[in-house]
Design a protein around this ligand. Structure first.
Ligand SMILES: [Zn+2]
Length: 160
């Protein structure tokens, strides 16, 4: 079991955060953004950045090569639909995609938007970790959470 601090400050103890989220045990802030037979998309629960979406498999697997043919197709189609919605409703020009297989939870891809304000944390991919930490440590205000929720609602409306 591991302890996870959610963006609302609450702490939960779970075996696998992705299982807890995709099964509905934990309701992410703003709810489910998009869901298919094999995948589940939600706002990152720890980093309150508008349009930061996590696309997680519903099956507890670790590696890309564990996806079935059907899951692979669902994965790329889901990611593409979310990417398109990020562009259309949030004006996001660029996205960073991350997934590491040596994770304590299961297969999930971070879709991290690039915003101009991130320039002060560095260019391109080097800014991502500092940006995430900054958001987690400084942006849990009511104001910012409202902005994040509004972005979630906009994505949901387009994707569903
Ligand atoms: Zn899992």
């Amino acid at each position: 079991m591991r302890k996870i601090t959610l963006s609302n400050g609450k702490t939960v103890e779970v075996e696998c955060l992705s299982c807890a989220l995709t099964s509905g045990l934990i309701e992410p802030d703003g709810g489910v953004i998009f869901e298919t037979e094999h995948f589940h998309a939600h706002q990152d629960v720890a980093y309150p950045i508008e349009g930061l979406v996590i696309l997680a498999s519903k099956r507890h697997i670790k590696c890309l090569d564990e996806l079935t043919d059907e899951e692979r197709l669902d994965y790329i189609n889901s990611m593409t639909a979310i990417r398109k919605a990020q562009r259309e409703v949030l004006g996001i020009d660029y996205v960073y995609y991350f997934y590491n297989e040596d994770t304590t939870h299961h297969f999930h891809t971070w879709m991290v938007p690039r915003y101009d304000w991130m320039n002060e944390f560095g260019g391109s991919v080097e800014s991502v970790r500092p940006v995430l930490l900054h958001a987690r440590n400084h942006w849990n205000s009511e104001d910012n959470n409202q902005k994040v929720l509004k972005a979630i609602e906009a994505l949901k409306k387009t994707l569903n």
